[in-house]
Structures are given as C-alpha cells and as structure tokens.
Design a protein around this ligand. Structure first.
Ligand code: ADP
Ligand code: MG
Length: 729
C-alpha cells in the first residue's frame, strides 16, 4: 500500500492533480473557520497594540502589553536548567527581566550590557518583579508607529504577522457590498458613511487620529455597524429556520379524550374537534395520569403542560424549550406530554445524557405509566445484546409506546414505527448533531422522507436569561417553570476552607445519625482523569475510615455500568448513607432523602454546575445544606472569579439569578453550552450591552426577509456561510 502511494507522483495516468498539503498556518486558519475571503475580512481585531508611544516601567501593570526603552544593565546566558538568555533592562523608573529561551549570537550582541534598546511585550509578574518573555527587540530611538497595530484572535501555530497578512489579503479580495439597505440603519443611528467596506477597512487599519478607547470598548461607529450586521445575521438565520419549520408537517397529537389507534403513518388520527370528553367515554391517559400522581401540579406546571399540549395538537412541529430550575418538576411535565402522544396513538422518545439519569427516568416513568397500560422500552449502550434486540423489536413494531434511553436512542439500528414526540432532557448536554439525529427518527423507513417531523421538547435546568433567549434561541418557543413544588425548605449554603474538613465530617456523622443521606462530590479535572480519580478515591477512603459502620459508596465515570447501577441502587434505596462521586451525578438525580451536599474543590466548578449539584438536595421536606469546600492550593487566596462564584452561591438559590450572575462573571461567549460548537456565538455584539441593536435586529429580520429576500440570503451567507444549515437543528 505504502509503495503504491509513494509512486503516485510519477504516475502518468489520469490521476487527480496532487493536492498540496496544507502548511501549519493554513491548517490553523481552517481551524479558526477562516476559509473564504469574507471570513478573513470579518475576522476582526481582538484589540490593538499601541506602538505609537513609550511607557515607563513604574506605570505598567501585569498583563499590559508595553513598549519600553532603556539600558541593558545585565546580560547572561544561564546554563543550568533550561538554557536561556536573561537580560535586565532599566528605564530609570524601574527594571524588567527579559527572558529568551531561543536566541542567536546576533541577539546576544544586540542585548549586551550597556546597549540602549526598545522592547515590546506582555508584562508578567514573577519572583524578580516585572518580566517579559521573548519581547520584540529593536534599537532604542527609532521612530514610533503612526497607527495602532491590530491583534487578532488566533490559535497555536498561527503567528500574528502571518494572520495579519492573510486578513489584509482577504479584505482586498472579499466582496463587501452592503446587504442592509441604508434606510434601515437610520434608526440605530448608523450613517451611510460607515458602510461595510469603509467600516471593515477602518477596523483592520484604524487611522492614527482615532482614540484607542473607542476602538477597545467597541463604541466606535464602525464597531456599531459590525455588531448590528452580526446580530441581524443571527436573527435572520433563526427566522429562516423558524419559517422553514412552519412549512414542515407533524402529527397532530390532540383529542386527548379520544381513544383510537391510528393506521401507522397516517396523519392526524383524531378529528380536531375531539377535545371534550363525551359522557361515558374513556378518560384520557393524561387525565388518568394526573389522577394517580401523588401530588398536585404547581400552577407553573399546569401552565407549561397547556403550552405544550396546545403546540403538539397542531400539524406543525413544535420546537419548545422547557426551562425550569433544578427540582422544579420537569419530569412529570414530560410524562404528561408523553401521555398525550401515546393516547393519540403515536410513539414518544425520551433521551437523557447519562445512563444514571436515563435509569432514573425509566424507573419513574414506568412507575407512573405502566399501571395505565403503557409499554415503556429502555435503550442504553450498556445493555446486553439479547435485551437490546428485544427492545429494538418493540420499538420497530410500535408496541413500545414510550422509549427511554441515552444516546443509544439515536443509533442507526434504532427504528421507530411512528415517533411523534422527542423529548430531550438536560438538552445543553447534547450537541446539535445529536438533536438532529433524533428528529430524523420519525419513520421506520428512512426512504419514506415526507417532510414529516416529530415534535421536539427540550428540557434544561440551566435557565437562560431573557436577553440570551431572545438572541440565541429566537427560533425556539420557551416555556418556563418559575415555581418550585411546595414544601421545599431553602438550602443553606456555606463556604468552608478545606482545612476545616474534619468539622464537615462531624456534621456528616450527625446527619447520618438522623437518618439522612449525603452526597460528596469531587471535581472532574479535565486534564487528568487519573488525578480526578485519586481525589475521589482518597476522599472515599478517608470518609470510610472516619465513619465506621456507615456504608460509603464511590461512583465515578470510569466504573463499569453495572457497578454504577448497583451503587446508585444502594443509595436510592437508602441503604448507603454517603455517596462519594465525581460529577457523574451532576444532572437530574433524584433522591429526596439526601439532605447534605458537600462539594470538594468548589473553586474549580462553574457557577451553573455548582447550582445544579446543589439542586440534588433540598428535594424532600427536611432542611438541607450545601457545603462548598475550597482550597487555594499554593496561592494565598482565591482568584477573583472563583470568589465571585462562591459568593453568588451563598447569596442566592434562584436559578435565574444564578444564570444572570454567571453571565456577568463569564460573559455570554462561554455561557451557551447549548450551541456547543460556538458557531452561533456572537463574536462582536454583546446581548446585554447592545440590547438596542438586538431589538432592532429582531424587528428588522422579518422586514428584510419579506422585502429583500435576496439581500437577506446574501447577508446570512456572508456571516454564517455554510454554518447556517447546521444552526437550524
Ligand atoms: P427537575 O425539574 O430538576 O427535573 P424533577 O422532575 O426531578 O425535577 O422533580 C423533582 C422532585 O419533585 C421529584 O421527586 C418529583 O417527583 C417532585 N415533584 C414534581 N412536581 C411536584 C409537585 N407539583 N409537587 C410535589 N412534588 C413534585
Ligand atoms: Mg430533571
């Protein structure tokens, strides 16, 4: 094989022209999604460097990129350890250590003691005061730059000078005509002067007279134009997908009081007016489920169930996001929707991100629905072949009316007879591709693509602040559970330094004596799964030793599934008092008797993750607590953001408030796990700061689509290129 391949270049046959392999920087450009000229032109500077002036060392702070002139007072090659050139620069107000790990004799000469030099680089702290690693070095006294130098977002292997040239080349080649009619821009005060061409050229090559401030804070009109453009592209693409969806068909899941079984594949088995139960008719599954529940729905639950049932009664596929804080009771809402679907004679699928969660859902739903005569199937990756084969048969024949499972649900082999409602729990844990895959499971026969789609209900416990929902989820309908079931006592949260671990263990013993159960969560350290495990195993050993006679379990992601299931079973049944685990229990687990949650190395968790974890307790009527154990490692104190997160946890238990603060701490870029790939991420606009532009874009999108469909399409293509399709999932 190898030989054949090597002889290819000499072949005289009609072989395709040899494709030149991409160079490192070219690959890096691809990785950044910079394929087309326009992509490069829209790759805007992250910030600008000011080489137009010199600063004094006593004015600089860590993190600044500074240009400094001074005299070299010391220069030596350090041979022990890593060979490096160390140079001390003094500018009369302070000194700075320059470090070079690679250097040439010519550099050593230029950096010899006594020379006057100009350096530019990032100021870092260090034992020896200010340090610069590999600064740019020039002789002192040269002319200063007359314009700001753009600095672009980049990745490893793509140096700024290369990227700068690529961007300039892209800018020269790209088609930059305006796609937004000028009259629409009046109302947001963007003058025709700042057309796309002008704005882009300006942002890549700002003229020397402009203030660095207006450029950095994006208040400059050129930035305003680009932000408006970007927001409009996002709104347009979402509106396009919403309209495309409105043209699709879905089974009507209505007439919940009507008990008929449709011919599979036929639409709308129920007459649309069969909403009211005639006297003597069989009560609906939905009604019967309600009657057997051990609790009354909250009014929020009743409201969202109505929103959902109204949606799925229509022949247009529902795309609804159900958001509700942890413990708000989303599962029962899903069960009621499933009941309506099954009652109408169709199949429903519920997909959960983890095996544990799927198991819990399965148990709960079987408990509720089996007594009503509904067949619930079960599908996961760890299933025995025989059981799986049976389940697949049940699903394909349509006998299984509800199917609960993990990602296993979207594998090729799984064929539904007549899927009409797909429910995705903890949807932010799934990727776009996975959601798409579930939607394509509509019919048993893939060739039978009739434009018919299942209804889609996505559930999440990570509430989305309104501005974000408007922006990123404009193509979705959103239902919100803004009320917790009654009788919950608020969870008391305490932040405790790791040195007081023993006190926490005493507290645990006390809780156990009262018959309560405890979660102890150890962090997932992504760089090192091994370390992650050590942490959990050590804690497990420590707690087992400190709590003689108490069953302490251990749960982590690398355990075989049957073991996980056994451990979870012991904890759920109450035999196991303490469960030490990595973050596998993060989502959805429901053990009402657990009343204390200890989170170790809480400083390493994200805010919404902490909130989710805390939501595992406080599910019963008894008082619950959450202890956030933190450690600062070698540092004297916690970092700024870690502190802000822990503070937020103590101050509020409200998921919406947590989400708001999370957004504040992290910025929207990182916030949206949901759109995963980051493709839909706004790069320039900020939904909070640029709310007026977002409002405008929302109003403008339908106007553009109706009045200027071709410009609208060009606009979306320009901004989102090939990505737009993907975003519709
Ligand atoms: P989540 O929204 O986090 O998925 P769950 O669906 O797991 O929440 O519900 C949390 C707990 O609250 C479960 O034990 C569930 O049975 C219970 N629950 C749900 N709705 C109500 C209600 N209206 N009244 C009392 N308990 C409820
Ligand atoms: Mg849940």
């Amino acid at each position: 094989m190898q030989n054949q391949r090597m002889s290819e270049p000499f072949s005289t046959s009609t072989a395709k022209p040899a494709v030149k392999p991409l160079t490192g920087p070219q690959k890096a450009l691809r990785k950044l999604g910079l394929n087309r000229a326009i992509d490069l032109a829209l790759h805007l500077p992250l910030r600008y460097e000011d080489e137009t002036s010199l600063v004094k060392l006593n004015d600089v702070r860590e993190g600044d990129v500074a240009q400094v002139e001074g005299i070299v007072t010391h220069s030596e090659v350090k041979l022990s350890g890593h060979r490096q050139l160390l140079v001390t620069l003094d500018d009369g107000t302070g000194t700075c250590l320059l470090r070079f790990f690679t250097f040439y004799p010519s550099m050593q000469k230029a950096l010899a003691a006594g020379n006057r030099i100009r350096v530019r680089g990032e100021i870092r702290g260090g034992f020896a005061g200010h340090t610069m690693m590999h600064p740019v070095v020039k002789p002192a006294g040269g002319e200063l730059a007359t314009a700001l130098t753009p600095v672009y977002p980049t990745v490893a292997g793509l140096p700024q000078p290369y990227l700068r040239r690529a961007v300039q080349a892209g800018l020269a080649r790209a088609e930059l005509h305006d796609t937004i009619p000028a009259q629409y821009l009046h109302e947001i005060d963007i003058k025709p002067l700042w057309n796309m061409r002008k704005a882009l050229h300006f942002l890549h090559n700002p003229t020397p007279d402009v203030s660095l401030g207006a450029l950095q804070d994006h208040s400059h009109p050129a930035w305003q134009r680009l932000k408006a453009e970007e927001l409009l592209a996002q709104q347009l693409s979402q509106l396009q997908s919403r309209r495309a969806r409105a043209r699709l068909r879905a089974p009507r899941l209505a007439g919940v009081y009507h008990h008929s079984h449709p011919v599979p594949g036929q639409m709308s088995p129920n007459p649309p007016d069969a909403e009211i139960a005639a006297p003597g008719e069989v009560p609906s599954l939905h009604g019967r489920l309600l009657a057997t529940l051990p609790f009354q729905l909250t009014s929020a639950q009743t409201r969202v169930v109505t929103e959902i049932t109204q949606d799925i009664a229509r022949a247009i596929p529902m795309h609804r996001l159900l958001q509700g804080d942890v413990g708000a009771g989303k599962t029962v809402v899903a069960a009621l929707a499933a009941a309506v679907c099954v009652d109408a004679g169709w199949q429903c699928a519920l997909m959960a991100p983890t095996e544990i969660l799927a198991t819990q859902h399965f148990a709960k739903l079987v408990g509720w629905l089996h007594p009503l005569g509904i067949t619930v199937a079960w599908l996961t990756g760890s299933q025995k072949t025989k059981e799986r084969r049976e389940m697949l048969a049940l699903i394909a024949s349509g006998q299984a009316q509800l199917v609960v499972g993990t990602h296993a649900l979207i594998q090729d082999k799984v064929q539904f007879r007549q899927l009409a409602l797909a429910i995705i729990d903890e949807q932010h844990r799934f990727g776009v591709a996975q959601r798409l895959a579930l939607r394509t499971k509509m019919t048993a026969d893939a060739s039978d693509a009739t434009g018919v789609e299942p209804h889609l209900l996505m559930m999440t416990a990570t509430p989305i602040p309104r501005t974000l929902a408007m922006s990123y989820y404009a193509d979705l309908d959103v239902s919100t559970l803004d009320e917790l079931p009654p009788g919950r006592t608020p969870i008391i949260t305490k932040v405790v330094h790791d040195t007081r671990r023993d006190e926490v263990i005493l507290r645990i013993a006390d809780q156990i004596a009262q018959g309560r159960q405890i979660y102890w969560v150890c962090p997932l350290i992504e760089e090192s799964e091994a370390l992650d495990l050590t942490n959990a195993t050590e804690t497990h050993a420590q707690l087992s030793a400190a709590l003689p006679g108490v069953m302490v379990g251990l749960l982590h992601s690398r355990m075989p599934v049957f073991e996980k299931r056994a451990v979870m079973g012991l904890f759920t049944s109450g035999q196991m008092a303490v469960l030490v685990s990595t973050t596998v229990i993060e989502v959805g687990v429901d053990v009402p008797n657990a009343s204390l949650m200890v989170i170790e190395h809480a400083e390493r968790f994200g805010l919404s993750q902490l909130h989710q974890l805390r939501g595992r307790v406080g599910r019963g009527a008894s008082a619950s607590a959450c202890v956030l154990l933190y450690s600062t490692g070698d540092a004297p104190r916690l970092g700024e953001t870690a502190r802000a997160r822990l503070k937020a946890m103590v101050e509020t238990g409200d998921g919406f408030e947590i989400a708001r603060r999370d957004l504040e701490i992290r910025g929207p870029g990182e916030f949206m796990g949901a759109r995963q790939s980051g493709d839909a991420m706004l790069r320039f606009a900020d939904v909070t700061e640029d709310a007026h532009l977002l409002d405008w874009a929302r109003r403008m999108a339908p106007v553009m689509l109706d009045a200027h469909p071709s410009l609208a399409e060009q606009h979306v293509q320009r901004w989102l290129g090939g990505k737009a399709e993907f975003l519709k999932a």
